[in-house]
Design a protein around this ligand. Structure first.
Ligand SMILES: C[S@@+](CC[C@H](N)C(=O)[O-])C[C@H]1O[C@@H](n2cnc3c(N)ncnc32)[C@H](O)[C@@H]1O
Length: 367
């Protein structure tokens, strides 16, 4: 293979997205016209499982930008001395393509994006619909200023605003489509109210029970919205939706044999079911040589950990692992439905997860 052939280009990246069925002909043309590199600053980081690594040198920068990975563009909200948590990025291109596909935009539509970030999605939408029809809001003023500069340099002038995307954009009136590119712990009804009846909201949700998931909501005449979960998604949370870790006293603990291999719990379908049945219970995990190790925690200090092939240890009040296993048995009895069978309804009273149709709401366990 020649050296030139080995260097991956933006064209290769777009071709990959098209080969994976993520771009229809119109989005293909749009992605071709908007190089990602024009929306990535010089100082960036690569997201690794245990933190962010600075990207040093032009070749590495270009390789990351032309890969199907997110490019981290800000750490710790711009504080120079933080722990190194990614707080802004140019998102993973395949995720961007999936979300834009789910948005089902048509000529003449007006779109609101929450989380301008680098401006790349705003540029793609502007190329597809025209600057006048695109609104994008970013909370961080430094990030917003840089995105505005990238957009102008690339020849796009969508409507931009610095502010909290959870709040209505004064004077815009309802839009046809809303796309959130930061993860929401819940879909605020204020977001739904910014979209006309018949419009669509696409957003990544950050769920307690280990999973991030995309949701596509159809806005109804009565101002509610409902629609299906559409696969996994990992996004940085909207700023007001960040959470601090549960405090757990890990001393002692009560051991017993596990009734289910924790690795079996790690499907998006079960995560959506358990997240609805056990609200406030968080599950995190890591792969091990034999399967997985999981940790479950709750705000009252209840916790449990289990590893494939090992015992369960439970800490604090209650017996949290019993709740998880009971929920797994229920999920098995339901035939272990896949994630695409679950959906979400948002009203002015909050949000509810359902199975198969919006009338079959999954009620939380009363503890
Ligand atoms: C993954 S980045 C967005 C990527 C972007 N769409 C792009 O094309 O580069 C998420 C962004 O959401 C922003 N954000 C977080 N909370 C927000 C809020 N309440 N309103 C608006 N933007 C917010 C973050 O500052 C961050 O820049």
């Amino acid at each position: 293979m020649s050296t030139a052939r080995a260097i991956r280009t933006y064209a290769d990246l777009v071709q990959d997205l098209a080969d994976r069925g993520l771009l229809d002909a119109r989005w293909r043309r749009v992605f071709d016209a908007v190089p990602r590199s024009r929306f990535v600053p010089a100082e960036v980081w690569r997201q690794l499982p245990d933190g962010c690594e600075p990207v040093v040198g032009t070749d590495r920068w270009m390789a990351l930008v032309n890969s199907d990975e997110p490019v981290v563009t800000q750490l710790d909200d711009g504080a120079g001395d933080g722990p190194g948590v990614a707080t802004s990025s140019n998102s993973q291109p395949s995720m961007v393509a999936r979300m834009l596909g789910l948005l089902q935009v048509e000529d003449g539509h007006r779109v609101l994006e929450i989380g301008t970030g680098t401006g790349y999605v705003a540029a793609l939408l502007s190329e597809r619909l025209g600057d006048e029809r695109v609104h994008s809001v970013e909370l961080d003023p430094v990030v917003a200023r840089q995105a505005a500069a990238f957009l102008v340099e690339a020849g796009y002038r969508p409507h931009l605003r610095v502010g909290d995307g959870e709040q209505p954009w004064p004077g815009t009136g309802p839009v046809d489509r809303l796309i959130a590119t930061c993860a929401l712990r819940y879909v605020p009804h204020a977001l739904v109210r910014q979209v006309r009846a018949g419009g669509i909201v696409v957003a990544p949700l950050a769920r307690d029970f280990w999973s991030g998931a995309l949701v596509r909501l159809d806005v109804q005449e009565d101002g509610t919205a409902h629609g299906p979960f559409c696969g996994g998604a990992s996004y940085m949370p909207m700023r007001a939706h960040r959470e601090s870790p549960h405090q757990v006293d890990g001393a002692g603990g009560r051991a017993r044999a596990a009734g289910v291999d924790p690795a079996r719990l790690l499907t998006l379908g079960f995560a959506l079911y358990a997240g609805a049945r056990l609200p406030g219970v968080r599950l995190t995990h890591q792969q091990t040589a034999d399967g997985a190790q999981v940790w479950v925690t709750r705000a009252d200090g209840a916790a449990a950990t289990a590893e494939t092939g090992g015992d369960v240890r439970q800490y604090g009040p209650g017996l949290l692992w019993e709740d998880v296993e009971q929920t797994w048995l229920e999920y098995e009895a339901l035939g272990r439905p896949g994630h695409d069978r679950f959906g979400l309804t948002v009203t002015d009273r909050g949000q509810r997860v359902w199975l198969r149709d919006p009338h079959s709401v999954i009620e939380p366990v009363r503890t």
